[in-house]
Structure formats: structure tokens, C-alpha cells
Design a protein around this ligand. Structure first.
Ligand code: HDE
Length: 685
């Protein structure tokens, strides 16, 4: 007999420290005596089929994965609440819009094209899906970080997604649009030109989820208690302003930290700096919709904020990380038709198609109609209906009635619908022949693309040109490249010429436009990232490259100034063990120089000790740290002792983006970082 209190042999048997009294059991509740050794015949004999404990454990493991989402597979969730700051009772009876009401929320951010294991900084649209657990049922606002979409009709969605995902024969390229299939589809689908311009802008490479906007995209309806309706468009505005990375940085971040965005969100929430967004609405009536230059049902168009201002009505705060990624982020099921009383859909043909798709997709992904009972999907208000049974039914309904109408009474009779309290669709008058064509009011594909282009700063325009040249250079067929340029001629002749030049292409004839593009529409500052940037270094990160002997007072002062501004600091050193400072104190490091490239930081400071800079300068990783920070137009704090680092990285002259910290106060340095980058530095994007 073995003594159960003693460690048992060396053959993989372990004696685990017991930190709490909870006894491990099987899924059937059988208490376990040993979870690390299967049942076998003798010490070295075969494993027994009768080992129901090992079989149960491996059986469950074998089925741990569920199908990933067909789009938006890679995502990251967080919990929080929405607080309404304006009473909207005149516009909507939705309870969530009662002033002062706090509604629990779950948010999932995502990329669209890549698989679940792809990297965060693909050039891609970001999903921004919000579930509000309201008192009258769940409201899902399933949006993106770009306010328009590629296509006007849901029937084209499978083609769009097939074209952007990996080619079916070779299974690459993955998580990117820089390939023939995508640009072939886009070139043959003129309605996509507006959105592709956004996608080629830095909107598609956000610095983090915390610094990007979100949009409901479609026109929805708000309906008040009297049944009156207004059209509405939803906007999420990050309270910390907008910020993106630059493309060369994105490429490198994907290698250095493929989880850059999820880590950022996790860190922000867990360090007590919960990100927040203001919810804004653009409300307009039928008269505006009729007079507006474009069709408000066309999802490839936006309504300029200058024409219909965005009214802030509440704030979303994400203050709680998920407890379990699978249970919550993977199993959350959004649906555009999860709408409570007071909110309704419009006839946007893309939205109409989505209303079918989301319920359908959850069934194949989650495997049962009962996914609504999962904790992350379950409404927080009472649920009462006669939907019964189905795979994995977790509830035990009582009573005799499971149908309606019934004449049972008391507890037996079950719930009843109520026309005065329940959801009522807006009674829009609809009539017309059955047709399979697009409205002529959807035909102008270029005018708003041009508005987007002329609203960008010169730096942003440069980045857009560079992105087109990068992506189209990856297309093997010249005709695919040329067709895109033929569209760009309707957006802006200089844009088309610059892209053609970058491709070494003769300027093609303009694509045949369905209607002549307008050139008289004004620019809109709201469309630029740089015109809507942050006002401080709050929420950003400074990377300090240092080594032994560094000036303790200075390091402390810089760290303090960044913390005071609401930012964070990471120390990068030759070893992760940290460095000994000039006063003999020990400074721990968060990164070894090989693992902490400057692309991971918003700005950097080169603060080596006098005697270690030469050694540091011999490291390729330290050179890249400096040369990348320079090329990515970052602000760089430095000291005379950093001269060997600058020289080794080929930086022979400092510009106004450099701050000499032996002569400048740390607070003044951090104040300068509010501008984020020194765009004047003459480097190619
Ligand atoms: Fe989606 N979309 N979509 N989409 N979408 C899905 O639902 C679909 C569209 C968006 O984090 C799927 O649960 C169709 C526009 C987000 O879980 C699927 C069409 C916008 C997410 C689906 C669209 C979105 C999805 C895949 C064209 C911005 C991730 C898995 C008619 C306004 C939600 C799933 C999450 C996910 C279908 C177009 C946003 C297949 C058919 C436009 C943020 O149902």
C-alpha cells in the first residue's frame, strides 16, 4: 500500500503544494486522488480503458475549440458600463437613454480579415461591438472604427470576405489586404473606393483600441413613446483623442509583440486607467434625409459632422478585464437585431442582410440555439417565454403551459405579451414592386472619397499614397494595380499621379463613372486623425533606454513627470535584471534591449550612464532602437552620454524633435510629447 501523504516515486509523479482546501473533482463531481497519472497495469504496463477519469479529461480537451468567427476572428473583450448624460425621452423610449442611468456593457474589439491567431497590427478595419445589458433587454451596437463600408448590399459580403481572406488554393496571404484578390474585387466594385481610402489611411493601424473612434455605420431609428421616429447615426469618440502608428512601425510591432493591442487594453484596465469613449448621436428627420446630397440608407456614405453635429449623450468606460477569454470574449454573440424598445433599424440593404446573418452565424459557431443562456449573452433583466428545449438547455422551466394562447391560470399560465409595454416596430409605410436592383441614389462612388482625401493633413495624405503603393506593389497583375489608379483619378488627380508614380505605372484612363463626381463638397476636419489628436501624454508610454551608472536624479525626474502627465514608463536595459544608478540604487527593467524595440513606445529617452553607452552602442538591437525612433518621427530625449548611441545609429544631427535632458526640465520634455510625433523630420513614411 502506498502512503497517500508521501510523494510517490520519480516517474512523473508529483507532489503539488496545496494552497487551498478545494478538492479537485471530475466533471461528474467524483473527487480525485491523482490527476497526473493514468491508471495502468503495473508501473510500466498499458493504460486501462476503464480509466474514466483520464478519458473524461482528454475527451473534454479534444473538443475545447469551437469554430472561429468567419470574420472578426481575432478579438479582445473588456467589461464596463455606459452612463447616459442626456435625457433623450423626446427622441426615444430606450431605457438606456435615461439621464443618469448606468448600464452594464461588454465590448469586443477585433480585426476583420485575420484568423484568431493572427497579429494585432494588420492594416485592417477594427470591429467595435458593444453589448448593453439594458433593463429592457440587450442592445448590441455592432460597429467598426471606420464610418462607411465596402459594399452597399449584403449579398456581396461573401465575395468581399472571400477576396480579402487568404486565397483558397494557397492559403495565403493571411490577415492582410495587400494582394491581388482583394484589389481585384475592389477595382471591380467602385462602391468600395470610399472605404478603401479610409483603409489606406492610418485609421487602419490604430495605436491602440483606446485611441480609435467607433461608428454604428448604418442609419438607425430612434422611436419615442408616441411612436415618432428620427434617423440616427452612432459615434464613439475616445476621450484620449485619436492616435495611430506609422506603417513601418506596424510591420515591426507585429513581430515584436503580436498582441500589442490586447496587451495595451489589459494593461490600461489593470493599472487603473480605464479607457473611455463618449457616445455621440447624429439625429435627423425625413426632411433632411430627402434633401441630403446622398442616400442616408447607403452605407458607403457618411453624414458630415459639419452638417449634422454629433451630440454627446453618454460615456462608455471599460474598467474591468474579462475573467476568462473563452467564456466571455469567444462566446459573446452580437446581433444587429438585438434592439430594445425605442431603437429600430432602417432599410439600409447592408443592415437588412446583417439582421439575418448574425443569428445564423451564432448557431454554427456556438452549436445551439441556447447560446442566449451563456453568462456573457444572458440579459440582466428577467426573461420569460415559451422557447423550449434544444441542445444544452440549461434551464428547467416549470408549469404546465408551453404554448400561447393558453387558458391556464396562476403559475401554470406562463408569460403574456403586452402591446403597450412591449417592443413595437416603427410603422414605416413600405410598398413597391419586387426588384433586384440598386437605387440610383446610391450611384455616386467618388465624391465622399474626395471629401475624405481633402480633409487630411499633408502628412496623412503622404501616408495614404504610401499605403496604396505598398499594397498595390504586392499585386502581381498590372491590370489590378492600374484599375485602382483609374478609380483614384476621380478622387484626386494628384493622388492618382503619385500612386502611379510609386508603382512605376503610366497613368491609366479614368474608370467609367456611373455619375460624375462632385468637386464642390467642403473638407471635414472630423475625418482627420491628426486634427483630432490628444492634448497630453496621458495614456501613452515612454521607453527609457539605459544602462549602469545612469543619472538617478534625472531618471526619477523623467519617470515622475510622465506619471504626473498620466503616462507610463518602461525601462529597457542590457538585462531584464535592471541597472545600478549613479547613486547606487537599483532600477528594475521591464524589457531587455533585444525584446523592447522602440516601436513599442510613443516616445523614447536615451539615458545611459557615462561608461556603458559604448557597449550598448555595439548592440544591433540598441542601434535599431534609436534608428527606428528617429525614422518613426518620435520625440527623443537624450543626454551627451548618449552620443555613441546616436552615432552608431547613423543620426549625425539632432533636430527639434530631440530634447537634451541635461539642459531641459523633465516636465517641459513631457509637455512636448503631447504632440506625439515630430512630423517635420524629413523621412519617408
Ligand atoms: Fe459583420 N459579421 N457583417 N459587419 N461584424 C460578423 O458575426 C456580416 C458588417 C461586425 O466581436 C459575424 O458573430 C454581414 C458591417 C463586427 O463578435 C457575421 C455583413 C459592420 C463583428 C457577420 C456584415 C460589421 C462582425 C461573424 C454585410 C460594421 C464582430 C461572427 C451585410 C458596422 C462581432 C459573428 C464580435 C461579425 C456578418 C457587415 C461589424 C458572419 C453578412 C457593415 C464588429 O455574422
Amino acid at each position: 500500500m502506498t502512503d497517500p501523504t508521501q510523494p510517490r516515486g520519480l516517474g512523473g509523479e508529483i507532489h503539488q503544494p496545496v494552497e487551498n482546501d478545494e478538492l479537485m473533482t471530475s466533471a461528474q463531481g467524483i473527487p480525485l486522488s491523482d490527476d497526473q497519472n493514468s491508471l495502468r497495469v503495473g508501473d510500466r504496463g498499458p493504460t486501462l480503458m476503464e480509466d474514466f477519469l483520464a478519458r473524461e479529461k482528454i475527451f473534454h480537451f479534444d473538443h475545447e475549440r469551437i469554430p472561429e468567427r468567419v470574420v472578426h476572428a481575432r478579438g479582445y473583450g473588456a467589461r464596463g458600463h455606459f452612463e447616459c448624460t442626456e435625457d433623450l425621452r423626446d427622441l426615444t423610449r430606450a431605457d438606456v437613454f435615461t439621464k443618469g442611468r448606468k448600464t452594464e456593457t461588454f465590448v469586443r474589439f477585433s480585426t476583420v480579415a485575420g484568423n484568431k491567431g493572427s497579429f494585432d497590427l494588420a492594416r485592417d478595419v477594427r470591429g467595435f461591438a458593444v453589448k448593453f445589458y439594458t433593463r429592457e433587454g440587450n442592445w448590441d451596437l455592432v460597429g467598426n472604427n471606420i464610418p462607411v463600408f465596402f459594399i452597399q448590399d449584403a449579398i456581396k459580403f461573401p465575395d468581399l470576405v472571400h477576396s480579402v481572406k487568404e486565397a483558397p488554393d494557397r492559403a495565403f496571404p493571411q490577415a492582410q489586404s495587400a494582394h491581388d484578390n482583394f484589389w481585384d474585387f475592389a477595382g471591380l466594385t467602385p462602391e468600395s473606393i470610399h472605404m478603401t481610402l479610409w483603409q489606406m489611411s492610418d485609421r487602419a493601424i490604430p495605436r491602440s483600441f483606446r485611441f480609435m473612434e467607433g461608428f454604428g455605420v448604418h442609419t438607425f431609428r430612434l422611436v419615442n413613446a408616441e411612436g415618432d421616429s428620427h434617423f440616427v447615426k452612432f459615434h464613439w469618440k475616445p476621450t484620449g483623442g485619436l492616435q495611430s502608428v506609422v506603417w513601418n512601425e506596424a510591420v515591426k510591432i507585429n513581430g515584436a509583440d503580436p498582441d500589442f493591442h490586447r496587451r495595451d487594453l489589459w494593461d490600461a484596465i489593470n493599472s487603473g486607467n480605464p479607457p473611455s469613449w463618449d457616445l455621440g448621436i447624429q439625429v435627423f428627420d425625413d426632411k433632411f434625409a430627402e434633401e441630403f446630397e446622398f442616400d442616408v440608407l447607403d452605407p458607403t456614405k457618411l453624414v458630415p459632422e459639419e452638417q449634422v453635429p454629433v451630440r454627446i449623450v453618454g460615456r462608455l468606460t471599460l474598467d474591468t478585464a474579462v475573467d476568462n477569454d473563452f467564456a466571455q470574449t469567444e462566446q459573446v454573440a452580437f446581433h444587429t437585431q438585438n434592439i430594445p424598445p425605442g431603437i429600430d433599424v432602417s432599410n439600409d440593404p447592408l443592415l437588412q442582410g446583417r439582421n439575418f446573418s448574425y443569428l445564423d452565424t451564432q448557431l454554427s459557431r456556438l452549436g445551439s440555439t441556447n447560446f442566449t443562456h451563456l453568462p456573457v449573452n444572458a440579459p440582466r433583466c428577467p426573461v420569460a417565454h415559451f422557447q423550449r428545449d434544444g441542445a444544452m438547455q440549461p434551464t428547467v422551466p416549470t408549469g404546465r403551459a408551453n404554448y400561447e394562447p393558453n387558458s391556464w391560470t396562476g403559475d401554470e399560465r406562463g408569460p403574456r405579451a403586452d402591446a403597450t409595454k412591449g417592443y413595437r416596430s416603427y410603422e414605416a409605410a413600405e410598398q413597391g414592386p419586387k426588384v433586384r436592383h440598386r437605387s440610383a441614389t446610391f450611384a455616386d462612388h467618388y465624391s465622399q472619397a474626395r471629401v475624405f482625401w481633402i480633409s487630411q493633413t499633408p502628412v496623412e495624405q503622404e501616408h495614404i499614397v504610401a499605403a496604396y503603393v505598398f499594397e498595390l506593389s504586392k499585386c502581381e497583375k498590372e491590370s489590378v494595380r492600374a484599375r485602382i489608379v483609374s478609380h483614384l483619378r476621380h478622387v484626386d488627380e494628384q493622388l492618382a499621379a503619385d500612386v502611379a508614380d510609386g508603382l512605376g505605372l503610366d497613368l491609366p484612363e479614368p474608370f467609367e463613372a456611373a455619375v460624375a463626381p462632385r468637386t464642390d463638397l467642403p473638407a471635414s476636419d472630423a475625418l482627420s486623425i491628426l486634427k483630432n489628436g490628444p492634448s497630453s501624454f496621458a495614456g501613452r508610454k515612454l521607453g527609457i533606454l539605459t544602462c549602469d551608472g545612469a543619472d538617478a536624479d534625472l531618471l526619477n525626474a523623467v519617470q515622475q513627470a510622465v506619471t504626473d502627465a498620466g503616462g507610463t514608463v518602461e525601462v529597457i536595459a542590457p538585462t531584464v535584471g535592471g541597472v545600478t544608478l549613479s547613486d547606487g540604487s537599483h532600477l528594475p527593467a521591464q524589457q531587455r534591449v533585444e525584446g523592447g524595440p522602440s516601436v513599442l513606445y510613443d516616445a523614447v529617452a536615451l539615458l545611459p550612464g557615462d561608461d556603458c553607452a559604448d557597449d550598448l552602442a555595439r548592440k544591433a538591437s540598441a542601434n535599431n532602437f534609436v534608428s527606428d525612433a528617429y525614422a518613426h518621427q518620435k520625440f527623443i530625449g537624450h543626454l551627451p552620454a548618449a552620443a555613441p548611441l546616436l552615432a552608431a545609429a547613423g543620426v549625425d544631427a539632432v533636430d527639434d524633435g530631440f530634447v537634451d535632458l541635461s539642459a531641459t526640465d523633465a516636465d517641459a520634455f513631457v509637455a512636448k510629447l503631447a504632440a506625439l510625433r515630430f512630423w517635420e523630420r524629413d523621412v519617408t513614411a
